[in-house]
Ligand binder design. Sequence first.
Ligand code: GLP
Length: 246
Amino acid sequence: MFQLFPTPADIAAHVSAHLMDLIRQQPHAVLGLATGSTMEPIYAAFIAQVQQQGVDIRQIRSFNLDEYMGLPPSHPQSYHYYMQQHLFQALGLDAAQVRLPNGVAPDSVAECRQYSADIAAAGGLDFQLLGIGTNGHIGFNEPGTPFDSLTHVVHLTQKTRTDNGRLFDNPSQVPTHAITMGIQDILNAKQVILVATGAHKAQTMRQLFLSAPTPDMPASALKNHGNARIYVDAAAAALLPPEAFA
Ligand code: GLP
């Protein structure tokens, strides 16, 4: 399930081309989208390919994995803001086409229930794009999250808050809670691609390769999915044995 690419740019070109093919075949495709530094070259490549090749994206819909609690969409570190900056504005996507969990919903439990219901009502995810945290989290599903979880509120681990603190003025400003799609929501996607790039993900990739499916390593849930692939660049693959690519 692991596939090796020389650089993040090679992964970006490949994932982007894959998205283009999917949308050409299914103009109503429902996409599960992710945030994080790993996604930035992928979204840049996709924007360029859409503009150069002219695929019709007016009917696509998207659902993001997660959002910090307490950050309004206008907050520069919110995932709403990230998606506008890195993808939605450039593509001219309409607000009705895109959905992220509302991190400032007055009733977060109701918002979670509604989010999983909205994905199901859209017909489910045709494709889910994933990054990975250094502790193996996908979305914000931290170690210990049951594989049958739907969208829920999470208490972020200190490790994740520290990792993500680089994007905030002060690491103490990282919210303590988030709303994330559950692992079951992710596994329900027809197809999944997880992307890991950079030397700081090499140990995580080794643990993921060696791990049987276990909630201790949330990304290992993908081993129970029939159509999930893990794309790594050379740096993230540095600690993987050759048999990982067999
Ligand atoms: C956050 C997001 C994850 C993402 C992870 C890795 O925690 N909730 O969805 O995979 O960051 O981000 P990066 O790509 O910046 O390493």
